[in-house]
Design a protein around this ligand. Structure first.
Ligand code: BGP
Length: 483
């Protein structure tokens, strides 16, 4: 096996999808607390990309909601109150790294507060200290989609340059109070998702925008600046700290060897994936930016000094989520399938998950090689896993489909390391069942630990080890040899 001795085997979750306790500990309301699960949606529609665009009407309705029944992010799996028990299970599993995100509105409930909320800081001091006690390194995402609602209603969120200052103040507060507990920092989860889910990525409300597409890229520009300033601040406050740039990687193959299709694949890779990492890793907008903005009809405002800011805050490692691969073609009649946040073209050689995501372990090896060659920075697989419907029988979940998925991906990681790739860690997504980010369902489960709760809040919230728990435990204990 090629895995280095101290390879990081971990699990990942995100605050809004796991914590619950949305109004405990003086937390302010955040943008994910406003997302709504609609039981009337046709289950068949689950593969369709829904929930992508927030409307003013729905936003208002959520702000004024009197009860929480349809807002699963508000209670999730109550990780906030259960984390000690859950971390004990992670220790039993053998994780040596744990990735979660920090809720901005626990630290600054309104985003623009003068001073931080001590209770919020204490929660993370306790949580991360517990991780350390149990032998886990901490991989902390500073922003995983949930920003204080006040920053949206009062300032317009990421569209406003002022949000950069609020964010950097928030990040500096984290470095000051949690710097000694966190091993890897991730300023932004999947920064390219702003383009595919503009409400999650940059809290835009579609009907409030005259030029939605340009607004998305304006927000992204502000996030790039916030990212660079944060990296710079961390390097100054915490010498030797490791800050990552992350995208959702949509590895794309041409549908045929037809040059038009190959060209389309190059463009898709550049516009949907590399653009974001190129800026964060190289500290400047890539050469194809002008053409890309023209093709996509984007106009953004870049101020004097922005170029220098980007140059000063280059990331130390590259992180990405990898669930599937995509296909590019200029043929508009090509059969479609759904994917993470987007609809894509079908690859006839791949099987799909229940949600239509095209399962492609070899694609992970291709991705790792390709990213390492391009950036020559350590790589971290921050998310990978299979969302599936699990059935509990006699307190057991026989999820061999998940074991197969994970095994095949671990095999390809091994191959990539043998290819020469510097892969430092793997945090399997949704190590414990949490609320799905895309569909707001509990029934789309990723965990090796089952949680007895549904999207309507029914269930005991009890944790049950699935068969994949034992499999992952063996994998970790043997450092990837016994899979
Ligand atoms: C990524 C997000 C996660 C996560 C995952 C799976 O895009 O970073 O938050 O949830 O996708 O997506 P889903 O929950 O929609 O299946």
């Amino acid at each position: 096996m090629a895995f280095q001795k101290d390879f990081l085997w971990g699990g990942a979750i995100a605050a809004s999808q796991a914590d619950g306790a949305y109004d405990k500990g003086k937390k302010g309301l955040d943008t994910q607390d406003l997302r709504y699960f609609d039981a009337n949606w046709d289950k068949e529609q689950r593969t369709v990309n829904r929930n992508i665009n927030m409307t003013s009407e729905r936003f208002e309705e959520a702000l004024n909601a009197q009860e929480n029944t349809h807002y699963p992010f508000r209670w999730a799996i109550d990780f906030y109150d259960n984390y000690k028990e859950d971390l004990a299970l992670f220790e039993e599993l053998g994780l040596n790294v744990f990735r979660t995100s920090i809720s901005w509105s626990r630290i600054f409930p309104n985003g623009d507060d003068e001073t931080p909320n001590q209770e919020g800081i204490q929660f993370y001091v306790d949580l991360f200290s517990e991780c350390k006690k149990r032998g886990m390194k901490v991989f902390a995402t500073i922003l995983h989609y949930n920003i204080p609602v006040n920053l949206v209603t009062k300032y317009g969120g990421w569209k406003n340059r002022q949000t950069i200052d609020f964010y950097v103040k928030y990040a500096r507060t984290l470095f000051k109070h949690l710097g000694n507990l966190v091993d890897y920092w991730l300023p932004f989860n999947e920064i390219n998702c702003a383009r595919f889910n503009p409400y999650n990525g940059c809290c835009l409300i579609k009907d409030q925008e005259e030029d939605y597409d340009s607004a998305i890229f304006q927000c992204t520009h502000h996030q790039f600046l916030a990212n660079a300033l944060t990296v710079e601040a961390a390097h100054e406050m915490l010498p030797g700290s490791m800050l990552g740039g992350m995208i959702a990687r949509f590895t794309t193959y041409p549908a045929t060897p037809k040059p038009e299709d190959v060209m389309q694949a190059v463009l898709d890779e550049n516009y949907k994936n590399y653009f974001y990492l190129d800026v964060m890793a190289h500290g400047e907008y890539p050469s194809y930016t002008k053409r890309m903005f023209k093709d996509l009809n984007i106009t953004i405002k870049i101020e004097d000094g922005d170029t220098e800011i980007l140059k000063k805050g280059k990331v130390d490692f590259i992180a990405f989520s990898y669930y599937m691969s995509m296909v590019a073609t200029t043929d508009t009649t090509h059969e479609k399938t759904s994917a993470n946040l987007v609809t894509g073209n079908k690859n006839p050689y791949l099987k799909t998950s229940e949600w239509g995501w095209q399962i492609d372990p070899i694609g992970l090896r291709i991705t790792l090689n390709d990213m390492y060659d391009r950036y020559r920075l350590p790589l971290f697989i921050a998310e990978n896993g299979l969302g599936a419907t699990d059935i509990v029988e006699d307190d057991k979940v026989h999820d061999d489909y998940r074991i197969n998925y994970l095994r095949e991906h671990v095999r390809q990681m091994d191959e990539a390391i043998q290819d020469g790739v510097d892969l430092i860690g793997y945090t399997m997504w949704g190590i414990i069942d949490i609320v799905s980010c895309g569909t707001i369902e509990m029934s789309k489960r990723y965990g090796v630990i089952y949680v007895d709760r549904d999207e309507e809040g029914n269930g005991t919230n009890r944790r049950i080890k699935k068969d994949s728990f034992t499999w992952y435990q063996k994998c970790i204990n043997s450092n990837g040899a016994d899979i």
